[in-house]
Design a protein around this ligand. Structure first.
Ligand SMILES: [Zn+2]
Length: 237
């Protein structure tokens, strides 16, 4: 609980930059950006990706050497560079707002006014406390305010925010808030159901527990709408 309060009151400087990326195509300046920010330094993107890879590589090499591994071995030699590339170009690519997917909106010409649910979106992300994966399914929904979005964009947005060191609560809220901004409506719901390797493969070694987080905006705070969303998620494919 304490942690959630802290997250909610964190200054939102960087997120505003990100959200400004989100709203280029359709949104005016009047929309207030608000979200739960990933803690980033102001110089986070001064280095180019290649410079970051070159800088991380010797540090990861040092960790392996301190652990006693012989980096002259064929199998290990390439690992520090491989990990550095993977961090910058894959796993943590979503730290940089420049990598935010473009979000094109369409007019809701067919006047579909019910909720749209995109469920069972696979996501993989990494716990920022242990740097090991957590992964599972995301379910997102919205009720159109007159604009609609390409379905694959919902998946891409989940993927973008997943490519950061994360905590599941923040990830859920970042997706929800970003969707509210893009879709110009408060009526957005997100639920994430994940397994955390930092819980299952180490520490308490509980491999049967799942972590569920949710975000209910606007009409989704009404019991009836919320239950409808939850019912769709429970439906078998
Ligand atoms: Zn963890």
């Amino acid at each position: 609980m304490k942690q959630k309060e802290t997250l909610l009151t964190t200054p939102l400087k960087e997120e505003k930059i990100e959200l400004s990326h989100l709203i280029i195509e359709e949104m005016g300046d009047e929309h207030k950006a608000s979200s739960v920010d990933t803690p980033l330094r102001s110089d986070a993107f001064d280095k180019k990706d290649d410079e970051k890879i070159a800088a991380i590589e010797p540090h990861f090499r040092a960790i392996m050497e301190i652990l006693g591994m012989d980096l002259r071995d064929d199998s290990l030699r390439g690992t520090p560079l491989r990990v550095a590339k993977m961090y910058v170009k894959e796993l943590f690519q979503g730290l940089n707002p420049a990598n935010m997917p473009s979000m094109t909106l369409f007019e809701n010409k067919f006047q579909y006014n019910e909720m749209l649910v995109e469920k069972n979106i696979n996501f993989y992300t990494n716990c920022e406390h242990h740097f090991v994966p957590f992964f599972g399914k995301a379910h997102v929904a919205y009720i159109s305010s007159g604009k609609v979005i390409g379905l694959s964009k919902l998946n891409r947005l989940v993927e973008y925010f997943s490519k950061r060191p994360q905590v599941q609560e923040r990830l859920t809220m970042q997706i929800g808030k970003a969707l509210q901004t893009v879709l110009q409506t408060q009526d957005v719901a997100v639920m994430m159901d994940a397994k955390h390797l930092c819980v299952s493969s180490r520490g308490v070694k509980d491999d049967s527990s799942n972590t569920i987080t949710s975000f209910f905006g606007g009409k989704y705070q009404d019991e009836k709408t919320k239950l409808e969303f939850l019912k769709y998620i429970e439906m078998n494919d």
